[in-house]
Ligand binder design. Structure first.
Ligand SMILES: *Cc1c(COP(=O)(O)O)cnc(C)c1O
Length: 450
């Protein structure tokens, strides 16, 4: 049994596998889950967590797993981060909710001021807060439609934007996100993404050709003057950590600008230092009109934000935006602690350090293991795409086998990708280097056994 009493960075930073994974206690809890929770709520690895912090997740059987998931890119600052815990603890004793739209409080405004200052571009901005990434994306579209008086929304192949009616419509992949959940929201159009590894004529021509195709489709099939928003993830997350070929994002942003289209960057997964920049758009100097953020924003508390040009955001009438819980005071305190941690602990530097450890090792593995078709990503958002050796044919079965071996050895990793053949790695930015190396050793062994 676990003897730890508190999570956070003081948890022993070690991998420790003391039972089968999942162990007996987790299996008991899993049976309860199956009886109480619908099957539609899937589980990547059914170990039931009791504590987490730094680079480890500890389960109910006393196993300590290396965390390459961060709760899907959420706990970048580390689980139970002490700054987050302290601020939330104080706030929970002061007041827990008033609804910002009824009686406001300072922390909400402070989070917004910070996002206005930190997101790309030095134009005047406004921010409002909601609860989830999907809600942020929905609201960004509301603002763009309202401000432009147009309706069409353009999204890209391999996109993921959420699970609500509008955002699952914006999402590309049928299973599991859309299957039998239609009819979908109207006025959503999909165009090609510059996916270098799978571009038919090769990565060199990818940015230019994909942009030309996307722009041609918009002009011919929709009419640029009918498009309210062009919505894109600067690195496609669930789609498989696809970095659009360099030049593609700036070209699409330029096209949007020239045609009065609101350019929305969905930084829900890529934001808050994850990619080795505070926001992924910065890498190519792209300045979006609206940025949506969530996941890494508040150390695990539910919070999301829409940050955009003041002249767009201020167009919406009073009461047109909001929600009961948006910018909950506990979540705002957590976000302020996260921003402090990013700065004080140089988490942008940490993300770059993680990249410098992971990419060379994964590239070396790719030399040894022809099943690795592509190694890609930035910062602490890194992936390998698995294929049938000598081809580009996706191999989701091998991906599942490698993942299962990693899990059995105490390395928590995740899959992604339109074809289910991407292993993605999202360690907490505070993970110690030794655990990062140990996790990579486990992966290497798991690849070798296939
Ligand atoms: C996770 C994610 C969302 C949805 O966020 P939720 O908080 O799960 O609603 C939207 N966009 C991107 C890019 C994401 O990664």
């Amino acid at each position: 049994m676990s003897t730890v009493t508190q999570g956070g960075p003081d948890l022993p930073q070690e991998r420790r596998v003391v039972t089968e994974i999942p162990g007996p206690r987790s299996r008991e809890l899993l049976a309860r889950k199956q009886a109480a929770v619908p099957d539609g709520i899937g589980t990547t690895l059914p170990v039931f967590v009791t504590h987490a912090g730094g680079g480890v997740v500890v389960d109910a059987d006393g196993n300590s797993l290396i965390d390459f998931g961060s709760g899907i890119a959420v706990t970048g600052v580390g689980n139970a981060n002490p700054r987050v815990a302290e601020r939330v603890r104080k706030q929970v004793g002061d007041f827990t909710h008033t609804c910002f739209m009824v009686t406001p409080y300072e922390s909400y405004v402070e989070v917004c001021e910070n996002l206005n200052r930190l997101t790309p571009g030095d134009h005047e901005k406004r921010t409002f807060l909601v609860n989830t990434g999907a809600e942020a994306v929905e609201n960004a579209i509301k603002v763009a439609r309202h401000a432009t008086g147009r309706q069409a929304v353009v999204v890209f192949d391999h996109a993921y934007h959420g699970r609500t009616l509008l955002t699952m419509t914006l999402t590309a992949k049928n299973l599991p996100y859309k299957h039998r959940f239609g009819p979908f929201a109207p006025e959503v159009y999909r165009v090609p993404l510059a996916y270098p590894f799978r571009w038919p004529s090769g990565p060199e021509n990818c940015a230019e050709e994909a942009a030309a195709q996307a722009i041609d489709m918009i002009n011919k099939q929709i009419g640029a003057e009918n498009v309210a928003a062009l919505l894109i993830e600067p690195i496609a997350g669930e789609g498989g950590f696809i970095e659009p070929a360099p030049g593609f994002l700036p070209r699409m942003a330029e096209f949007a600008k020239a045609n009065g289209i609101v350019f929305i960057a969905d930084e829900v997964q890529t934001g808050f230092a994850r990619t080795g920049d505070l926001f992924a758009c910065e890498r190519e100097g792209v300045v979006p009109d609206i940025v949506t953020t969530a996941k890494g924003i508040a150390g695990g508390l539910p919070l999301a934000a829409v940050t955009g040009r003041a002249e767009l955001m201020d167009k919406v009438h009073v009461g047109g935006l909001g929600g009961t819980y948006g910018g909950n005071p506990l979540a705002c305190e957590a976000a302020l602690a996260v921003l402090e941690s990013i700065e004080q602990d140089d988490l942008v530097g940490r993300a770059r350090r993680i990249e410098s450890v992971m990419l060379p090792r994964l590239r070396a593995m790719a030399e040894q293991h022809p099943m690795i078709g592509d190694v890609r990503g930035r910062g602490a958002m890194i992936a390998i795409e698995l294929v049938k050796p000598g081809t580009k044919e996706p191999d989701p079965e091998a991906t599942g086998r490698v993942l299962a071996r990693c899990h059995a050895e105490g390395l928590l990793a995740l899959t992604a990708g339109t074809y289910g053949n991407v292993l993605r790695f999202l360690p907490p930015l505070v993970i110690p280097d030794e655990l990062l190396e140990e996790g990579l050793n486990i992966l290497e062994k798991a690849l070798g056994e296939d």
